[in-house]
Design a protein around this ligand. Sequence first.
Ligand code: AP5
Ligand code: MG
Length: 215
Amino acid sequence: MRVVLLGAPGAGKGTQAKKLIEVCGIPQISTGDLLRAAVAAKSDLGVQAKAYMDRGELVPDSIVLGMVQERLRQDDCAKGCILDGFPRNTSQAKALDEMLQTMNMPLDAAVDIDVPLEDLMKRLTGRRTCGSCGQMYNIYFSKPQKDGVCDKCGGALFQRDDDKEDTIRKRLDVYTSQTAPLIGYYRDKSLYKGINGTGSIDEIFNNICSALKTN
Ligand code: AP5
Ligand code: MG
């Protein structure tokens, strides 16, 4: 199964992707995570990407597309994958279609986690992530038992550099102008599944699973 997760910054793409990969046994491909790993490694690509990410802008397709193609070619993607945060604009969506067609791996669904924009600021400013295992928390909605420490593995929690109010506002603008048009793109291909993204994480997960079963 190959699924694209659409949704604004903070909609819960990463949270739901992590639950889906456990149930489906296929990998998550998060372009945000791949780019943050490149930034942390200070690779050439990471140094170029960082300036865009710090401004809340999309990293150029010339950087992102090669990264995704390389990842899709790895053996663990043969059975499927959950694409989290990719594609982000129409040119990426078209490039993905071409890549998947060449590899004979069709897309099954584009799941849009829909959350009102006014709810997203608190989700993003409150987000904390474990530096060791990637588990996500939120200081307003799903606090760890001990401040700054991961319940699952004891790792230290960090706040993302781009989760500052000004940068979040820019990311939300970029979503509205460049990513939201993908809703129409996937509707036209009959792949679109809109999911209400407010409610508990488990409720949303159950709704995503039901929508995918009706494929
Ligand atoms: P990326 O890492 O993809 O960030 P994003 O799209 O802005 O989305 P987030 O990761 O912030 O949110 P999410 O939807 O995953 O929510 P989460 O599950 O964490 O991209 C970052 C940057 O990289 C971009 O700005 C761009 O520069 C670059 N980039 C990435 N991909 C690119 C591409 N394809 N092309 C070009 N550039 C690219 O949840 C958020 C918080 O809410 C957490 O605290 C969580 O615990 C909480 N939460 C989740 N669900 C719920 C719920 N139901 N109720 C209450 N709280 C909840
Ligand atoms: Mg994410």
